[in-house]
Design a protein around this ligand. Sequence first.
Ligand SMILES: Cc1cc2nc3c(=O)[nH]c(=O)nc-3n(C[C@H](O)[C@H](O)[C@H](O)COP(=O)(O)OP(=O)(O)OC[C@H]3O[C@@H](n4cnc5c(N)ncnc54)[C@H](O)[C@@H]3O)c2cc1C
Length: 503
Amino acid sequence: MESLEADILVVGAGAAGLSVALHAAPRRVLLLAPEGPDATATSLAKGGIAAPIGRGDSVALHSADTLKAADHSASETAIATIVSAAGGAIDFLRESGLRFDGATDAPHLHLEAGHSIARILHADGDRTGAAIQRALWARARESAHVTIRRDLEAVDLITGSDGVAGALALRADGSAVAIRAAETVLATGGIGQLFAATTNPGHATGHGLAIAVAHGAAVAGLEFVQFHPTALRCDSDPLPLLTEALRGAGARLVADGRPFMAALDPRGDLAPRDVVARAVWSEQSAGRDVALDATEIFRSGAGAEFPGAHAACIAHRIDPARTPIPVTCAAHYHMGGIVIDASGHTSVPGLWAVGEVAHTGLHGANRLASNSLLEAIVVGSAAGRALAAGRRRDRPVATRSAVPAPFDARQSEWRRLREILWGAMGPVRRDPGLADALAQLQRLESMLAPAQRTLALRIALARSMIGAARARRESRGAHWRADYPNRDRRRDGADAVGIMGAH
Ligand SMILES: Cc1cc2nc3c(=O)[nH]c(=O)nc-3n(C[C@H](O)[C@H](O)[C@H](O)COP(=O)(O)OP(=O)(O)OC[C@H]3O[C@@H](n4cnc5c(N)ncnc54)[C@H](O)[C@@H]3O)c2cc1C
Protein backbone atom coordinates (compact mmCIF):
# COMPACT_ATOMS: atom_id res chain seq x y z
CA MET A 1 0.00 0.00 0.00
CA GLU A 2 1.29 3.47 -0.87
CA SER A 3 1.89 5.71 2.11
CA LEU A 4 2.06 9.47 2.55
CA GLU A 5 3.21 11.57 5.48
CA ALA A 6 1.73 14.90 6.54
CA ASP A 7 2.18 17.24 9.44
CA ILE A 8 -1.51 18.10 9.35
CA LEU A 9 -4.10 16.19 7.35
CA VAL A 10 -7.28 18.14 6.57
CA VAL A 11 -10.06 15.94 5.21
CA GLY A 12 -12.40 18.13 3.17
CA ALA A 13 -12.01 21.44 1.33
CA GLY A 14 -15.17 23.47 1.87
CA ALA A 15 -15.24 26.72 3.87
CA ALA A 16 -14.21 24.92 7.06
CA GLY A 17 -11.31 22.82 5.75
CA LEU A 18 -9.90 25.68 3.65
CA SER A 19 -10.04 28.03 6.66
CA VAL A 20 -8.04 25.51 8.71
CA ALA A 21 -5.47 25.02 5.97
CA LEU A 22 -4.94 28.75 5.35
CA HIS A 23 -4.42 29.54 9.05
CA ALA A 24 -2.14 26.59 9.83
CA ALA A 25 0.97 28.08 8.13
CA PRO A 26 3.86 27.50 8.43
CA ARG A 27 2.97 23.90 9.26
CA ARG A 28 2.60 21.64 6.23
CA VAL A 29 -0.95 20.72 5.36
CA LEU A 30 -2.21 17.92 3.14
CA LEU A 31 -5.75 18.84 2.08
CA LEU A 32 -8.11 16.21 0.64
CA ALA A 33 -10.58 17.67 -1.86
CA PRO A 34 -12.20 14.80 -3.72
CA GLU A 35 -13.51 16.02 -7.09
CA GLY A 36 -12.26 19.54 -6.46
CA PRO A 37 -13.82 22.74 -5.13
CA ASP A 38 -17.28 22.46 -6.64
CA ALA A 39 -18.19 19.23 -4.84
CA THR A 40 -18.90 21.08 -1.57
CA ALA A 41 -22.00 22.37 0.21
CA THR A 42 -20.13 25.66 0.54
CA SER A 43 -20.24 26.19 -3.20
CA LEU A 44 -24.03 25.59 -3.20
CA ALA A 45 -24.82 28.14 -0.47
CA LYS A 46 -27.04 30.81 -1.93
CA GLY A 47 -28.27 32.88 1.00
CA GLY A 48 -25.12 34.36 2.46
CA ILE A 49 -23.13 34.80 5.64
CA ALA A 50 -24.47 36.45 8.80
CA ALA A 51 -22.42 39.04 10.69
CA PRO A 52 -23.58 41.74 13.16
CA ILE A 53 -21.70 44.58 11.48
CA GLY A 54 -24.53 46.96 10.48
CA ARG A 55 -25.68 50.11 12.22
CA GLY A 56 -28.03 49.23 15.07
CA ASP A 57 -26.83 45.64 15.16
CA SER A 58 -24.70 44.06 17.88
CA VAL A 59 -23.22 40.78 19.04
CA ALA A 60 -25.94 40.71 21.71
CA LEU A 61 -28.76 41.03 19.14
CA HIS A 62 -27.32 38.43 16.76
CA SER A 63 -26.75 36.11 19.74
CA ALA A 64 -30.33 36.55 20.94
CA ASP A 65 -31.71 35.67 17.47
CA THR A 66 -29.46 32.58 17.31
CA LEU A 67 -30.54 31.45 20.78
CA LYS A 68 -34.22 31.89 19.93
CA ALA A 69 -33.97 29.83 16.73
CA ALA A 70 -32.17 27.06 18.63
CA ASP A 71 -35.24 26.39 20.78
CA HIS A 72 -33.63 26.54 24.23
CA SER A 73 -30.82 24.15 23.41
CA ALA A 74 -27.83 26.13 22.12
CA SER A 75 -24.67 26.83 24.09
CA GLU A 76 -24.59 30.52 24.99
CA THR A 77 -20.79 30.28 25.23
CA ALA A 78 -20.60 28.91 21.70
CA ILE A 79 -22.89 31.66 20.41
CA ALA A 80 -20.90 34.43 22.12
CA THR A 81 -17.56 33.00 20.93
CA ILE A 82 -18.60 32.57 17.31
CA VAL A 83 -20.78 35.64 16.82
CA SER A 84 -18.18 37.95 18.37
CA ALA A 85 -15.60 36.61 15.87
CA ALA A 86 -17.83 37.37 12.85
CA GLY A 87 -16.11 40.67 12.00
CA GLY A 88 -12.74 38.88 11.89
CA ALA A 89 -14.21 36.20 9.59
CA ILE A 90 -15.46 38.89 7.19
CA ASP A 91 -12.00 40.53 7.20
CA PHE A 92 -10.38 37.16 6.48
CA LEU A 93 -12.68 36.62 3.48
CA ARG A 94 -11.88 40.11 2.16
CA GLU A 95 -8.13 39.50 2.61
CA SER A 96 -8.66 36.30 0.62
CA GLY A 97 -9.93 38.36 -2.31
CA LEU A 98 -13.70 38.10 -1.77
CA ARG A 99 -15.70 41.19 -2.74
CA PHE A 100 -18.97 41.51 -0.90
CA ASP A 101 -21.85 43.15 -2.75
CA GLY A 102 -22.09 46.88 -1.99
CA ALA A 103 -19.35 49.34 -1.02
CA THR A 104 -16.21 47.99 0.66
CA ASP A 105 -16.86 49.99 3.83
CA ALA A 106 -20.65 49.55 3.65
CA PRO A 107 -21.61 46.18 2.19
CA HIS A 108 -25.29 45.57 1.45
CA LEU A 109 -26.96 43.81 4.35
CA HIS A 110 -30.00 41.60 3.77
CA LEU A 111 -32.75 40.41 6.07
CA GLU A 112 -33.56 36.70 6.41
CA ALA A 113 -36.16 34.77 8.37
CA GLY A 114 -35.32 34.60 12.09
CA HIS A 115 -32.95 37.60 12.01
CA SER A 116 -34.38 40.71 13.67
CA ILE A 117 -32.22 43.06 11.57
CA ALA A 118 -30.57 43.01 8.12
CA ARG A 119 -27.18 41.32 8.65
CA ILE A 120 -26.66 38.85 5.78
CA LEU A 121 -23.76 39.65 3.45
CA HIS A 122 -23.90 38.51 -0.16
CA ALA A 123 -21.16 38.15 -2.73
CA ASP A 124 -22.02 37.72 -6.41
CA GLY A 125 -25.74 37.97 -5.63
CA ASP A 126 -27.29 34.63 -4.75
CA ARG A 127 -24.03 32.78 -5.42
CA THR A 128 -22.29 33.77 -2.15
CA GLY A 129 -21.11 30.27 -1.28
CA ALA A 130 -19.53 29.74 -4.68
CA ALA A 131 -17.73 33.09 -4.37
CA ILE A 132 -16.39 32.15 -0.91
CA GLN A 133 -15.29 28.74 -2.16
CA ARG A 134 -13.49 30.24 -5.18
CA ALA A 135 -11.66 32.85 -3.11
CA LEU A 136 -10.44 30.44 -0.41
CA TRP A 137 -9.58 27.71 -2.91
CA ALA A 138 -7.50 30.12 -5.03
CA ARG A 139 -5.62 31.29 -1.95
CA ALA A 140 -4.96 27.71 -0.81
CA ARG A 141 -3.61 26.81 -4.26
CA GLU A 142 -1.15 29.69 -4.03
CA SER A 143 -0.03 28.77 -0.50
CA ALA A 144 3.27 26.92 -0.42
CA HIS A 145 2.41 25.15 2.85
CA VAL A 146 -0.76 23.52 1.40
CA THR A 147 -0.76 20.46 -0.86
CA ILE A 148 -4.15 19.69 -2.37
CA ARG A 149 -5.09 16.14 -3.40
CA ARG A 150 -8.25 15.79 -5.49
CA ASP A 151 -7.85 12.07 -6.02
CA LEU A 152 -8.16 10.78 -2.45
CA GLU A 153 -11.25 10.10 -0.35
CA ALA A 154 -10.83 9.17 3.30
CA VAL A 155 -12.53 5.90 4.21
CA ASP A 156 -11.32 5.40 7.78
CA LEU A 157 -9.10 6.80 10.47
CA ILE A 158 -5.78 5.20 11.28
CA THR A 159 -5.24 4.90 14.99
CA GLY A 160 -2.03 4.38 16.85
CA SER A 161 -0.31 4.32 20.19
CA ASP A 162 -1.64 7.77 21.10
CA GLY A 163 -4.97 8.39 19.41
CA VAL A 164 -5.55 9.15 15.76
CA ALA A 165 -2.52 8.76 13.49
CA GLY A 166 -3.95 9.79 10.12
CA ALA A 167 -6.43 8.36 7.66
CA LEU A 168 -6.80 5.60 5.16
CA ALA A 169 -7.83 6.92 1.74
CA LEU A 170 -8.90 5.35 -1.53
CA ARG A 171 -8.46 6.48 -5.11
CA ALA A 172 -11.35 6.07 -7.55
CA ASP A 173 -9.71 2.88 -8.90
CA GLY A 174 -9.85 1.35 -5.40
CA SER A 175 -6.11 1.57 -4.64
CA ALA A 176 -5.43 2.48 -1.01
CA VAL A 177 -3.14 5.13 0.45
CA ALA A 178 -2.22 5.27 4.14
CA ILE A 179 -1.72 8.88 5.22
CA ARG A 180 0.21 9.23 8.46
CA ALA A 181 -0.27 12.57 10.14
CA ALA A 182 0.49 14.13 13.51
CA GLU A 183 -2.90 15.85 13.49
CA THR A 184 -6.02 14.91 11.54
CA VAL A 185 -8.85 17.40 10.95
CA LEU A 186 -12.28 16.22 9.78
CA ALA A 187 -13.96 18.93 7.67
CA THR A 188 -16.20 16.59 5.71
CA GLY A 189 -19.49 18.55 5.84
CA GLY A 190 -23.00 17.25 6.43
CA ILE A 191 -25.11 14.11 6.28
CA GLY A 192 -27.85 15.02 3.77
CA GLN A 193 -27.01 12.15 1.44
CA LEU A 194 -28.07 9.66 4.12
CA PHE A 195 -31.62 10.72 3.17
CA ALA A 196 -33.37 9.86 -0.10
CA ALA A 197 -34.30 13.53 -0.63
CA THR A 198 -31.60 16.13 0.00
CA THR A 199 -30.16 19.44 -1.11
CA ASN A 200 -26.67 18.31 -0.08
CA PRO A 201 -23.93 17.39 -2.56
CA GLY A 202 -22.79 13.81 -3.22
CA HIS A 203 -19.96 13.82 -0.68
CA ALA A 204 -22.24 14.86 2.19
CA THR A 205 -22.71 11.23 3.18
CA GLY A 206 -21.88 11.69 6.85
CA HIS A 207 -18.81 9.51 6.37
CA GLY A 208 -16.52 11.77 8.42
CA LEU A 209 -19.01 11.68 11.28
CA ALA A 210 -19.43 7.91 10.87
CA ILE A 211 -15.70 7.22 11.24
CA ALA A 212 -15.46 9.56 14.23
CA VAL A 213 -18.35 7.71 15.90
CA ALA A 214 -16.68 4.37 15.13
CA HIS A 215 -13.49 5.58 16.83
CA GLY A 216 -15.28 6.71 19.97
CA ALA A 217 -15.39 10.50 19.51
CA ALA A 218 -18.01 12.26 21.64
CA VAL A 219 -20.98 13.37 19.53
CA ALA A 220 -24.14 15.35 20.29
CA GLY A 221 -27.42 16.41 18.73
CA LEU A 222 -27.45 13.62 16.12
CA GLU A 223 -31.26 13.77 15.95
CA PHE A 224 -31.31 17.45 14.94
CA VAL A 225 -31.64 17.59 11.15
CA GLN A 226 -32.99 20.68 9.42
CA PHE A 227 -35.26 20.07 6.43
CA HIS A 228 -35.76 22.57 3.65
CA PRO A 229 -39.44 22.91 2.72
CA THR A 230 -39.05 23.60 -0.99
CA ALA A 231 -36.61 21.57 -3.03
CA LEU A 232 -37.50 21.03 -6.67
CA ARG A 233 -39.06 17.54 -6.94
CA CYS A 234 -37.16 16.02 -9.86
CA ASP A 235 -34.73 13.22 -10.71
CA SER A 236 -31.55 15.19 -9.78
CA ASP A 237 -29.42 14.28 -6.79
CA PRO A 238 -28.95 16.62 -4.98
CA LEU A 239 -32.30 18.31 -5.47
CA PRO A 240 -32.09 21.99 -6.49
CA LEU A 241 -33.18 24.31 -3.71
CA LEU A 242 -35.94 26.84 -4.38
CA THR A 243 -35.19 29.84 -2.21
CA GLU A 244 -37.66 30.74 0.54
CA ALA A 245 -37.53 34.30 -0.77
CA LEU A 246 -39.97 33.08 -3.46
CA ARG A 247 -42.63 32.69 -0.78
CA GLY A 248 -41.58 36.06 0.60
CA ALA A 249 -42.34 37.47 -2.88
CA GLY A 250 -45.82 35.91 -2.91
CA ALA A 251 -45.44 32.32 -4.13
CA ARG A 252 -47.92 29.91 -2.48
CA LEU A 253 -47.66 26.25 -1.60
CA VAL A 254 -50.53 24.18 -2.99
CA ALA A 255 -51.51 20.52 -2.53
CA ASP A 256 -53.52 19.04 -5.40
CA GLY A 257 -53.89 22.65 -6.54
CA ARG A 258 -55.25 24.02 -3.22
CA PRO A 259 -53.31 26.38 -0.87
CA PHE A 260 -52.85 24.73 2.55
CA MET A 261 -50.52 26.80 4.75
CA ALA A 262 -53.04 29.48 5.80
CA ALA A 263 -55.21 26.82 7.49
CA LEU A 264 -52.25 25.45 9.45
CA ASP A 265 -50.43 28.53 10.73
CA PRO A 266 -51.42 32.20 11.11
CA ARG A 267 -48.20 33.16 9.28
CA GLY A 268 -49.32 31.04 6.31
CA ASP A 269 -46.61 30.41 3.73
CA LEU A 270 -44.22 32.61 5.72
CA ALA A 271 -44.25 30.33 8.79
CA PRO A 272 -40.78 29.17 9.97
CA ARG A 273 -38.87 26.65 7.86
CA ASP A 274 -39.51 23.65 10.12
CA VAL A 275 -43.26 24.34 10.34
CA VAL A 276 -43.54 24.56 6.54
CA ALA A 277 -41.35 21.47 6.01
CA ARG A 278 -43.63 19.42 8.30
CA ALA A 279 -46.72 20.67 6.47
CA VAL A 280 -45.23 19.73 3.08
CA TRP A 281 -44.28 16.31 4.48
CA SER A 282 -47.80 15.73 5.82
CA GLU A 283 -49.41 16.65 2.50
CA GLN A 284 -46.99 14.37 0.65
CA SER A 285 -47.63 11.54 3.11
CA ALA A 286 -51.36 11.91 2.48
CA GLY A 287 -50.65 11.27 -1.19
CA ARG A 288 -51.27 14.82 -2.38
CA ASP A 289 -49.22 16.51 -5.05
CA VAL A 290 -47.36 19.47 -3.51
CA ALA A 291 -46.25 22.38 -5.67
CA LEU A 292 -45.09 25.98 -5.30
CA ASP A 293 -47.27 28.30 -7.30
CA ALA A 294 -44.96 31.11 -8.42
CA THR A 295 -46.68 31.71 -11.74
CA GLU A 296 -47.56 35.34 -10.91
CA ILE A 297 -43.95 36.13 -10.00
CA PHE A 298 -42.53 34.69 -13.19
CA ARG A 299 -45.32 36.12 -15.39
CA SER A 300 -44.91 39.65 -14.03
CA GLY A 301 -41.17 39.82 -14.66
CA ALA A 302 -40.33 39.80 -10.93
CA GLY A 303 -38.83 36.35 -11.60
CA ALA A 304 -35.64 38.11 -12.76
CA GLU A 305 -34.75 38.28 -9.06
CA PHE A 306 -34.70 34.48 -8.94
CA PRO A 307 -32.35 33.41 -11.72
CA GLY A 308 -31.26 30.26 -9.84
CA ALA A 309 -34.82 28.99 -9.33
CA HIS A 310 -35.74 29.85 -12.92
CA ALA A 311 -32.71 28.05 -14.34
CA ALA A 312 -33.39 24.94 -12.23
CA CYS A 313 -37.01 24.80 -13.47
CA ILE A 314 -36.07 25.26 -17.12
CA ALA A 315 -33.37 22.57 -16.82
CA HIS A 316 -36.16 20.20 -15.73
CA ARG A 317 -38.53 21.33 -18.49
CA ILE A 318 -40.81 23.27 -16.12
CA ASP A 319 -42.00 26.74 -17.12
CA PRO A 320 -42.65 28.41 -13.73
CA ALA A 321 -44.66 31.18 -15.42
CA ARG A 322 -47.20 28.63 -16.62
CA THR A 323 -47.28 25.81 -14.06
CA PRO A 324 -46.77 25.49 -10.30
CA ILE A 325 -43.32 24.03 -9.53
CA PRO A 326 -43.40 20.48 -8.06
CA VAL A 327 -41.64 20.52 -4.68
CA THR A 328 -40.66 18.25 -1.82
CA CYS A 329 -39.10 18.88 1.56
CA ALA A 330 -35.50 17.63 1.75
CA ALA A 331 -32.71 17.02 4.29
CA HIS A 332 -30.67 20.22 4.34
CA TYR A 333 -28.43 20.78 7.37
CA HIS A 334 -27.19 18.76 10.36
CA MET A 335 -27.06 20.63 13.66
CA GLY A 336 -25.52 17.62 15.41
CA GLY A 337 -22.00 16.30 15.05
CA ILE A 338 -18.64 15.69 16.70
CA VAL A 339 -18.39 17.63 19.95
CA ILE A 340 -15.55 20.15 19.77
CA ASP A 341 -14.10 22.98 21.80
CA ALA A 342 -13.55 26.52 20.49
CA SER A 343 -10.46 25.42 18.53
CA GLY A 344 -11.87 22.26 17.00
CA HIS A 345 -10.36 19.69 19.40
CA THR A 346 -12.48 16.56 19.71
CA SER A 347 -12.47 14.14 22.64
CA VAL A 348 -9.94 11.89 20.81
CA PRO A 349 -6.21 12.82 20.85
CA GLY A 350 -4.93 13.84 17.42
CA LEU A 351 -8.44 14.29 15.99
CA TRP A 352 -9.98 17.69 15.22
CA ALA A 353 -13.29 18.57 13.57
CA VAL A 354 -14.67 21.77 12.04
CA GLY A 355 -17.66 22.92 9.99
CA GLU A 356 -20.91 21.04 9.55
CA VAL A 357 -19.44 17.71 10.70
CA ALA A 358 -18.76 19.27 14.11
CA HIS A 359 -21.03 20.31 16.97
CA THR A 360 -20.07 23.52 18.71
CA GLY A 361 -23.47 24.04 20.29
CA LEU A 362 -24.12 27.18 18.19
CA HIS A 363 -27.24 25.88 16.48
CA GLY A 364 -28.85 23.83 19.25
CA ALA A 365 -31.97 22.12 17.88
CA ASN A 366 -32.36 24.46 14.91
CA ARG A 367 -29.97 26.55 12.82
CA LEU A 368 -30.56 30.22 12.23
CA ALA A 369 -30.18 30.82 8.47
CA SER A 370 -26.71 31.94 7.29
CA ASN A 371 -25.01 31.09 10.60
CA SER A 372 -23.38 27.92 9.24
CA LEU A 373 -20.89 29.52 6.84
CA LEU A 374 -20.00 31.87 9.68
CA GLU A 375 -19.38 28.96 12.05
CA ALA A 376 -17.33 27.03 9.46
CA ILE A 377 -15.02 30.01 8.88
CA VAL A 378 -14.72 31.20 12.49
CA VAL A 379 -14.04 27.77 13.98
CA GLY A 380 -11.98 26.59 10.97
CA SER A 381 -9.75 29.65 11.37
CA ALA A 382 -9.43 29.12 15.13
CA ALA A 383 -8.45 25.47 14.59
CA GLY A 384 -5.85 26.51 12.00
CA ARG A 385 -4.36 29.07 14.38
CA ALA A 386 -4.28 26.53 17.23
CA LEU A 387 -2.55 24.00 14.98
CA ALA A 388 0.01 26.60 13.91
CA ALA A 389 0.78 27.65 17.47
CA GLY A 390 0.34 24.35 19.25
CA ARG A 391 2.86 21.92 20.60
CA ARG A 392 4.10 19.64 17.82
CA ARG A 393 2.70 16.18 18.42
CA ASP A 394 4.87 13.24 17.34
CA ARG A 395 3.29 11.15 14.64
CA PRO A 396 1.87 8.20 16.56
CA VAL A 397 2.90 4.74 15.50
CA ALA A 398 0.05 3.52 13.35
CA THR A 399 -1.57 0.13 13.56
CA ARG A 400 -2.62 -1.55 10.32
CA SER A 401 -6.22 -1.20 9.24
CA ALA A 402 -8.22 -3.27 6.75
CA VAL A 403 -8.87 -1.72 3.34
CA PRO A 404 -12.58 -1.60 2.42
CA ALA A 405 -13.83 -2.09 -1.12
CA PRO A 406 -14.52 1.12 -3.09
CA PHE A 407 -17.97 2.49 -2.35
CA ASP A 408 -20.55 2.28 -5.11
CA ALA A 409 -23.36 4.80 -4.62
CA ARG A 410 -25.54 2.76 -7.02
CA GLN A 411 -25.60 -0.32 -4.77
CA SER A 412 -29.08 -1.31 -3.64
CA GLU A 413 -28.20 -1.38 0.09
CA TRP A 414 -27.14 2.30 0.02
CA ARG A 415 -30.40 3.27 -1.69
CA ARG A 416 -32.27 1.22 0.88
CA LEU A 417 -30.49 3.00 3.75
CA ARG A 418 -31.44 6.39 2.30
CA GLU A 419 -35.09 5.37 1.89
CA ILE A 420 -35.29 3.96 5.43
CA LEU A 421 -33.87 7.11 6.98
CA TRP A 422 -36.09 9.36 4.88
CA GLY A 423 -39.20 7.42 5.89
CA ALA A 424 -38.51 7.32 9.63
CA MET A 425 -36.24 10.30 10.35
CA GLY A 426 -37.85 12.91 8.09
CA PRO A 427 -39.60 16.06 9.35
CA VAL A 428 -42.26 14.01 11.25
CA ARG A 429 -41.14 11.13 13.48
CA ARG A 430 -42.96 8.52 15.55
CA ASP A 431 -41.64 5.74 17.78
CA PRO A 432 -43.10 2.78 15.85
CA GLY A 433 -41.55 4.09 12.61
CA LEU A 434 -38.20 4.69 14.31
CA ALA A 435 -38.19 1.21 15.90
CA ASP A 436 -39.06 -0.39 12.58
CA ALA A 437 -36.28 1.56 10.84
CA LEU A 438 -33.78 0.31 13.42
CA ALA A 439 -34.83 -3.29 12.83
CA GLN A 440 -34.56 -2.86 9.06
CA LEU A 441 -31.08 -1.37 9.40
CA GLN A 442 -29.99 -4.25 11.62
CA ARG A 443 -31.15 -6.71 8.95
CA LEU A 444 -29.37 -4.73 6.25
CA GLU A 445 -26.18 -4.66 8.30
CA SER A 446 -26.28 -8.41 8.93
CA MET A 447 -26.28 -9.05 5.16
CA LEU A 448 -23.14 -6.97 4.41
CA ALA A 449 -19.86 -8.56 3.35
CA PRO A 450 -16.76 -7.58 5.41
CA ALA A 451 -15.44 -5.51 2.48
CA GLN A 452 -18.57 -3.30 2.69
CA ARG A 453 -17.13 -1.52 5.72
CA THR A 454 -17.89 1.93 4.29
CA LEU A 455 -21.59 1.13 4.17
CA ALA A 456 -21.44 -0.59 7.57
CA LEU A 457 -20.04 2.60 9.14
CA ARG A 458 -22.82 4.70 7.63
CA ILE A 459 -25.49 2.26 8.80
CA ALA A 460 -24.00 2.44 12.30
CA LEU A 461 -24.22 6.25 12.13
CA ALA A 462 -27.84 6.05 10.94
CA ARG A 463 -28.63 3.77 13.86
CA SER A 464 -27.06 6.24 16.30
CA MET A 465 -29.16 9.03 14.79
CA ILE A 466 -32.34 7.00 15.13
CA GLY A 467 -31.37 6.02 18.68
CA ALA A 468 -30.99 9.71 19.57
CA ALA A 469 -34.35 10.52 17.98
CA ARG A 470 -36.08 7.73 19.91
CA ALA A 471 -34.52 8.82 23.17
CA ARG A 472 -35.74 12.40 22.73
CA ARG A 473 -39.38 12.02 23.69
CA GLU A 474 -40.29 15.60 22.98
CA SER A 475 -40.50 17.98 20.03
CA ARG A 476 -37.78 20.62 19.93
CA GLY A 477 -36.52 22.73 17.05
CA ALA A 478 -36.28 20.66 13.89
CA HIS A 479 -36.90 17.39 15.78
CA TRP A 480 -40.65 16.75 15.64
CA ARG A 481 -42.14 13.73 17.37
CA ALA A 482 -45.80 13.37 16.37
CA ASP A 483 -46.23 11.15 19.44
CA TYR A 484 -44.63 13.78 21.76
CA PRO A 485 -45.64 17.09 20.17
CA ASN A 486 -44.61 19.35 23.08
CA ARG A 487 -41.26 20.64 24.22
CA ASP A 488 -40.14 19.13 27.52
CA ARG A 489 -39.26 22.30 29.42
CA ARG A 490 -37.24 20.34 31.97
CA ARG A 491 -34.72 19.68 29.18
CA ASP A 492 -34.26 23.37 28.35
CA GLY A 493 -30.56 24.18 28.42
CA ALA A 494 -29.61 20.54 28.97
CA ASP A 495 -28.29 20.17 25.42
CA ALA A 496 -25.97 23.13 25.60
CA VAL A 497 -22.87 20.98 25.26
CA GLY A 498 -20.30 21.87 22.70
CA ILE A 499 -17.72 24.51 22.51
CA MET A 500 -16.70 24.41 26.14
CA GLY A 501 -18.12 20.99 26.89
CA ALA A 502 -15.46 18.73 25.44
CA HIS A 503 -12.33 20.09 27.12
C1 LIG B 1 -28.12 24.14 -1.09
C2 LIG B 1 -27.52 24.68 0.17
C3 LIG B 1 -27.63 26.03 0.48
C4 LIG B 1 -27.06 26.55 1.65
N1 LIG B 1 -27.13 27.89 1.90
C5 LIG B 1 -26.47 28.41 2.98
C6 LIG B 1 -26.41 29.82 3.19
O1 LIG B 1 -26.92 30.60 2.40
N2 LIG B 1 -25.74 30.28 4.29
C7 LIG B 1 -25.15 29.44 5.20
O2 LIG B 1 -24.56 29.91 6.18
N3 LIG B 1 -25.19 28.09 5.01
C8 LIG B 1 -25.82 27.57 3.92
N4 LIG B 1 -25.83 26.21 3.73
C9 LIG B 1 -25.08 25.36 4.65
C10 LIG B 1 -23.57 25.55 4.39
O3 LIG B 1 -23.36 25.62 2.99
C11 LIG B 1 -22.76 24.39 4.95
O4 LIG B 1 -23.13 24.12 6.27
C12 LIG B 1 -21.27 24.72 4.94
O5 LIG B 1 -20.88 25.11 3.63
C13 LIG B 1 -20.47 23.52 5.39
O6 LIG B 1 -19.11 23.77 5.14
P1 LIG B 1 -18.09 22.59 5.39
O7 LIG B 1 -16.74 23.12 5.00
O8 LIG B 1 -18.28 22.05 6.75
O9 LIG B 1 -18.56 21.43 4.38
P2 LIG B 1 -18.57 21.39 2.77
O10 LIG B 1 -18.54 22.73 2.17
O11 LIG B 1 -19.65 20.47 2.36
O12 LIG B 1 -17.18 20.68 2.43
C14 LIG B 1 -16.97 19.32 2.78
C15 LIG B 1 -15.71 18.82 2.11
O13 LIG B 1 -15.41 17.51 2.59
C16 LIG B 1 -15.16 16.64 1.50
N5 LIG B 1 -15.41 15.27 1.95
C17 LIG B 1 -16.54 14.71 2.40
N6 LIG B 1 -16.34 13.41 2.73
C18 LIG B 1 -15.02 13.18 2.48
C19 LIG B 1 -14.20 12.02 2.63
N7 LIG B 1 -14.69 10.86 3.09
N8 LIG B 1 -12.88 12.12 2.27
C20 LIG B 1 -12.38 13.30 1.81
N9 LIG B 1 -13.12 14.42 1.67
C21 LIG B 1 -14.42 14.35 1.99
C22 LIG B 1 -16.09 17.17 0.42
O14 LIG B 1 -15.73 16.69 -0.85
C23 LIG B 1 -15.83 18.67 0.59
O15 LIG B 1 -14.60 19.03 0.00
C24 LIG B 1 -26.40 25.68 2.56
C25 LIG B 1 -26.30 24.32 2.26
C26 LIG B 1 -26.84 23.81 1.08
C27 LIG B 1 -26.70 22.36 0.79
